[in-house]
Design a binder for this molecule. Structure first.
Ligand SMILES: Cc1cc2nc3c(=O)[nH]c(=O)nc-3n(C[C@H](O)[C@H](O)[C@H](O)COP(=O)(O)OP(=O)(O)OC[C@H]3O[C@@H](n4cnc5c(N)ncnc54)[C@H](O)[C@@H]3O)c2cc1C
Length: 556
């Protein structure tokens, strides 16, 4: 749907202030960055700072930790299976390494495990590549430009962005391995955007002191996922991919070692067992929990499953008290609600402006501050732009990019979004975009070391499901990096672990029984079932007409 007349009138205000703002940009005159004092104050508007939005979890290894209600709900839930009914005496598949999750972290882990000589199974919920990785747009950080940048500066940026709460070892590994991760991608044929002379193009992202954001137009995730998925598919003798088969529980042995997983075939609705010498959890994030009712950028399968099943098996969680709301998600047209508008628009010169066409925040603040500033502008100052849906937004003035860098730049540099908006009859090189913060990234997750290991022997972690790298706030471009760096580390170390393991012992789901008992003892009586697998958007009146006897989300 194109902008209705009311919005077109408001766009005229933005057009009026644009020439002056463009002139300022050309002279590098920016709205000043927030002082430390101002930062503290503005964060009160960030959803993470709403105490009523969270509660203590009452069971499990991180008992007492206060996190979002929606996350506690899935953690304080029953298993999808009755362990007494699962026959663990035979396995349907046996492998060295089982990778749970077919996104970027899982696929790069599978490649490295295979290179170490392991037989690998990737079990994934939807199709291979249906994942947040595929949706990433803006880019991937790495200090590849040695004469201007170094892992040292990258380290400081990551720590600063995460409010210095990050786990230093994880950050150290992330930034040190970063240039090699880019080289590895290039070697496998990833088409990053380049200058005529073949050098890699790099941009700033929020919170970076150097231009180290590598990108492939505005479809960086597609290009990364295409590259590694092709590579994995070409190694089909050693890497088997099982699609539409989410893991619903980990399987341990009597010594408490992770020894495989129970999977659910979404087509036949049967459960089956994969026995594995090592398991890598790479199930990604949790945007589809819609914390505090926020819209989300995440793919349909981002429902925190890996956290739920690993937590039940004894792995603690950290940094889940913070959630990343991307400052710029589509708020109108309604059909695209929640979809991410990459930071690269701001990096390329687009201002954020209120209903009066006024800039109110520097566009290169870290994401949490930027999101808080937008919420404040709409909620407290009443300077938001009313969308026809009743929601409010802020203008992201994309036509400034053509004004700064030449006609056609928006179309060339942002083909994904240009085409998306064109379908609605909006030309974003001429009209600004209406945006609002959208639930984007799970800053925290399962506790793990920089070797990928967890507290559960035999279970490794990689990607968004892990917590600690980004501290309390991730900077743009460090997650695509995280999945490649830690995916590769987990893959290699899991394969080594598998080699060292001879005796698989007797398989058991006793930890699930214990967890159920703990829930009971904590007085939690619930019919909630997790992992959720798919979000449930069915309206109550529709559910009433459905004949399903026992309703568990969209699945029985
Ligand atoms: C719209 C968008 C734009 C982004 N842009 C950027 C960017 O520019 N730069 C950046 O660094 N980061 C970006 N990110 C973040 C980044 O893309 C992700 O954090 C990262 O790709 C996550 O990779 P992953 O492999 O950990 O998870 P995913 O890529 O989400 O993969 C997880 C996989 O696990 C599967 N799965 C889930 N549950 C189960 C289960 N129970 N059993 C089996 N499989 C399961 C999922 O279906 C999926 O295939 C963006 C994210 C989004 C949503």
């Amino acid at each position: 749907m194109p902008y209705p007349q009311e919005l077109k009138e408001l766009i005229k205000v933005v057009e009026k202030t644009r020439p002056e703002r463009v002139a300022k940009k050309k002279k590098n005159e920016e709205v000043p960055f927030l002082s430390l004092e101002e930062r503290k104050k503005i964060l009160d508007y960030h959803p993470d700072f709403k105490e009523e939005g969270r509660r203590e979890i009452k069971v499990g290894p991180s008992k007492g930790y206060r996190i979002a209600h929606e996350m506690v709900d899935v953690l304080e839930a029953n298993s999808r299976v009755n362990p007494d009914l699962v026959d663990l005496s035979h396995a349907d598949y046996e492998t060295d390494v089982l990778v749970i999750g077919g996104g970027g972290a899982g696929t790069s882990a599978a490649l490295l495990a295979q290179e170490q000589g392991a037989k690998v199974i990737i079990a994934t919920k939807l199709r291979h590549g249906d994942a947040n990785t595929m949706m990433a747009e803006g880019g991937i950080q790495a200090a590849t430009k040695g004469w201007k940048d170094s892992p040292y500066y990258h380290y400081l940026d990551v720590m600063g962005g995460g409010h210095f709460k990050n786990i230093p070892d994880l950050v150290d590994t992330l930034v040190t391995e970063a240039p090699d991760a880019i080289l590895w991608m290039e070697k496998h044929g990833c088409n990053f955007s380049k200058f005529q002379d073949g050098t890699l193009k790099t941009l700033h992202g929020g919170g970076t002191c150097r231009k180290r954001m590598h990108f492939a137009a505005d479809i960086t995730g597609v290009e990364i996922m295409r590259t590694i998925r092709d590579e994995a598919r070409n190694r089909s003798q050693d890497i088997r991919v099982i699609e539409f088969s989410p893991a619903v529980e980990l399987i341990l042995n009597e010594k408490g070692e992770c020894s495989g997983a129970l999977l659910y075939n979404m087509e036949t609705e049967e459960y089956f067992i994969v026995k594995a010498k090592a398991v890598i959890m790479a199930t990604g994030g949790s945007g589809r929990l819609h914390i505090q009712n926020f819209m989300t950028t995440n793919h349909y399968g981002a429902t925190a499953d890996g956290i739920v099943i690993a937590y039940r098996a004894g792995v603690g969680i950290s940094f889940l008290h913070t959630v990343q709301y991307h400052p710029t998600g589509v708020v109108f047209p309604e059909q695209a609600e929640g979809i991410l508008i990459t930071e690269k628009f701001r990096g390329s010169g687009a201002n954020l402006v209120n209903i009066d066409g006024q800039q109110f925040v520097n566009e290169r603040e870290p994401r949490d501050l930027e999101a808080a500033a937008i919420i404040k502008e709409c909620v407290e100052k009443g300077k938001g732009v009313p969308a026809p849906t009743g929601k409010f937004g802020i203008w992201l003035d994309s036509p400034m990019i053509d004004a700064l860098s030449g006609t056609g730049t928006v179309e060339k540099e942002f083909p994904g979004k240009f085409i998306l908006y064109k379908r609605f009859g909006i030309d974003i090189s001429k009209e600004p975009m209406l945006i609002y913060p959208t639930l984007h990234y799970q800053n925290g997750g399962l506790e793990f070391k920089n070797t990928g290991e967890t507290a559960l022997p035999g279970l490794f972690v990689a990607g968004e499901v892990g917590g600690g790298i980004h501290g309390e706030n991730r900077l743009m471009g460090n997650s695509l990096l995280d999945i490649l760096v830690f995916g590769r580390i987990a893959g290699k170390n899991a394969a080594d672990y598998a080699k060292s393991r001879s005796d698989m012992g007797k398989l058991t789901l006793d930890h699930v029984r214990t967890y159920h008992k703990n829930l009971e003892e904590a007085g939690i009586e619930t019919d909630r079932v997790a992992p959720m697998l798919l979000p449930d958007y069915t309206l109550p009146h529709v559910k009433e007409r459905q004949l399903t006897a026992c309703y568990v989300g969209t699945l029985r």
